[in-house]
Ligand binder design. Structure first.
Ligand code: ADP
Ligand code: GLC
Length: 475
């Protein structure tokens, strides 16, 4: 077994705000058959520290960005964890990033720089009996680790994975020394970004290889439309860039064994879950499809477009249940849309078990994202026989076979795709969905295709292993 260190701010099921956690939580088991032993370094938030009472100290640091810290070796849910116990940075309840009022913690730069610093120390040999050949950095929270690895002379190869380029991890240039970053790095060719410091840019420039979570998003990142100001950096490193699709953890997302639902193995088996879901939301579905949305409520996800297109679905006898949280205005708008309606239901909040019941009970899952690096909800939907209706962008383009005439004739379609990503485009797609739903045979075929689609980690883990192998060979 070769050794790799994953570095991330989230990891399911211990701490999760979105798909990043699912991926970080699933990769270690996925990589094992390919000869890679992955340990995961996480911030010691209260929920993570409490996960293993038998954890033991494997390293200490006297001053980790303002206080003492230790690294604990822990095990939880089959994950081999290294937990960075630094109370001055992480002993805070609630969201990993936000205070009780929903604002970023003012010291997030230091909090995640510390994570990267410790990753680099481990890569450089800080643990007595373990050293990684590869360090796998996830999103901006791990970005500075690439710089520290180089500064400390760590031999491990570094891979920076972009899960979402919208988040740069920006901080003031005045923080450079406090962040222990080299003065020479503050330049347009380095981690400087329009006068500030960008943790993501640091990771993109200092890492040996870059990946993102779908082939289409890899291409999109090279364009000004999707690159969020970093497309030039990505283009300059195009030779080092790969797009590797996320998978679904098939043990967690399995309708035949999922403890949160009435289990089923065929589309017909969804009926009880559908009835329970409608009852749980207090709605009465019409003759059209019962659609579900399980999502962060942010500009990215296009759920304002869905508010505009909703009448189209309701006119066709469709209904909708939504579970989400985030942007306050969107939360309010969705509350209003559901208020007094017997065919629209909304739960504002975060509820893992309810999300499983929604995939299991829904006829369709809607993902009208303006951009989507990969997206996991459309994978879970397929596995649970819910037809994904998705925008034609990023990983949504790579994981759904649209029900065009050719795919229908070949019996291969698994979902509906739409473009352009506007309320009108979405409205047409909802019409299309209702037409397909009314053709019972076609719909049943699509559901079976979806349930049998290969949405697991096999193929992608093999691609990561090839990348890890190359990185280890260069070290
Ligand atoms: P992103 O990471 O951009 O939020 P993904 O589709 O990759 O999008 O992953 C979202 C993950 O978070 C999925 O596992 C989805 O089921 C889950 N999720 C999103 N919102 C909620 C919510 N309000 N309650 C429960 N699970 C949610
Ligand atoms: C990000 C992206 C999402 C992706 C997830 C995991 O949150 O928004 O598309 O699936 O990361 O890679």
């Amino acid at each position: 077994m070769r050794a790799a260190l994953g570095v991330a701010s989230e990891c399911a099921p211990l701490v999760k705000t979105g798909g990043l956690a699912d991926v970080v939580g699933a990769l270690p088991a996925a990589m094992r058959p390919h000869g890679w032993h992955l340990r995961t370094l996480l911030p010691g938030y209260p929920g993570v520290l409490g996960a293993d009472s038998t954890a033991r100290v494997v390293a200490r640091e006297d001053d980790l960005f303002g206080g003492p810290a230790q690294v604990l070796a822990a095990e939880a849910n089959g994950l081999d964890l290294l937990v960075l116990d630094a109370p001055h940075l992480y002993a805070r309840t609630g969201s990993p990033y936000l205070d009780a009022d929903g604002r970023d913690w003012p010291d997030n730069d230091l909090r995640f720089a510390a994570l990267g610093w410790m990753a680099a120390r481990i890569a450089a040999g800080a643990l007595p009996d373990w050293q990684p050949d590869v360090v796998h950095l996830h999103d901006w929270q791990a970005g500075f680790a690439a710089v520290y690895c180089r500064e400390m002379g760590a031999r491990a190869g570094t891979l920076m994975t972009i899960h979402n380029i919208a988040f740069h991890g920006l901080t003031s240039a005045r923080q450079r020394a406090a962040l222990r970053l080299p003065a020479a790095g503050f330049s347009p060719e380095g981690f400087e970004f329009y006068g500030q410091i960008s943790a993501l840019k640091a990771g993109l420039i200092w890492s040996d290889r870059i990946s993102t979570v779908s082939p289409t998003y890899a291409y999109e990142l090279t364009t000004p439309e999707f690159g969020m100001g970093l497309d030039g950096v990505i283009r300059a490193r195009a030779d080092a860039l790969s797009g590797i699709l996320n998978g679904a953890d098939l043990d967690v997302w399995n309708p035949a064994t999922d403890p949160a639902i009435r289990n089923f193995t065929t589309p017909r088996g969804k009926a009880t879950n559908r009835a329970q879901l409608a009852a749980e939301f207090g709605i009465t579905p019409g003759e059209g499809p019962l659609c579900a949305v399980i999502s962060r409520l942010s500009e990215q996800k296009g759920l304002d477009l869905l508010l505009d297109a909703l009448p189209r679905l309701l006119d066709r006898g469709g209904s909708l249940v939504l579970l989400g949280s985030g942007d306050r205005a969107l939360e309010e708008a969705w509350r209003r849309a559901a208020d007094g309606s017997d065919r629209v239901g909304a739960r504002i909040g975060y509820d893992e078990a309810l999300s499983h019941r929604m995939y299991a009970g829904a006829d369709a899952v809607l993902v009208p994202s303006r951009f989507e690096p990969c997206g996991l909800t459309q994978l879970y939907a397929q596995r649970y026989g819910a037809i994904p209706l998705v925008a034609l962008t990023g990983g949504l383009a790579d994981t759904v076979i649209p029900a065009n005439e050719a795919a229908l004739r070949a019996g291969a379609a698994t979902g509906v795709q739409f473009h352009p990503v506007t309320a009108q485009g979405l409205g047409f797609a909802l019409d299309r969905l209702c037409d397909l739903y009314a053709e019972r045979k076609t719909w049943g075929r699509m559901q079976r295709n979806a349930m049998h689609a290969e949405v697991g980690w096999d193929a992608s883990a093999r691609q990561y292993a090839t990348l890890y192998d190359a990185l280890a060979a260069q070290g």
